[in-house]
Design a protein around this ligand. Sequence first.
Ligand SMILES: [Zn+2]
Ligand SMILES: [Zn+2]
Length: 219
Amino acid sequence: MGWIKDRLFPRKTAGAGSAGLCDCCNDPLERTHAYYLPTRDIGLSQAYWESAFTLCKGMIDMLDEQEQLWCFGENLRLTASQRNPWSVCESCGEFFVFDRDTARDHAVRDSRPSGNGAVDPSGCVLFAAAAWEHVFGRWPANVTPHAVVDTCDLCRRNIHSQAFSFTVSHSRMADFLAAGVVDGPSVSAAGPGKDHWEMCQPCMGRIVARCHRAGIGSV
Ligand SMILES: [Zn+2]
Ligand SMILES: [Zn+2]
């Protein structure tokens, strides 16, 4: 199934910014405007996996179930095996929660972030599977299911057992609204059923990135 591999998987440019492209979306990216992240951060991000699967959804939809599951496994394995840092653009930076000053510094100096290197795919499979479920509407059949233990109060994504979720107080949410880092109408349409907001990793990554740009603290 080599042709599938050639056509489906974004060609990661081995980080180090050598080709001047974002390793997530392949847009042109100057190193001085990049963030360098270790493979570990990529693999643990449900938002990253959602973007990767969305990019190849049209092709994957044309395959049979067995080929689709093979694609899932190969994508997971190839992503986890990356030894070089990932060069990430401002827009794709919303997929991750990380220290932006440190990651920018590594990009500018072309140095390796701490924790850099290949990772065990089994540590990332939950986040990739949750993303697959979000993009394709079903959990990948070759992955052990995780129970849905909660729902994101902001976007209604499923939150699975052992996945990351974030708790935000009402007063913090008011700060986010005032700073314009969350969308007011979606907040009032949603609303938590408890004394705090429970949020999924994709929502939290976006909020943290916007707080950084707005110059306010996110926690
Ligand atoms: Zn990008
Ligand atoms: Zn959410």
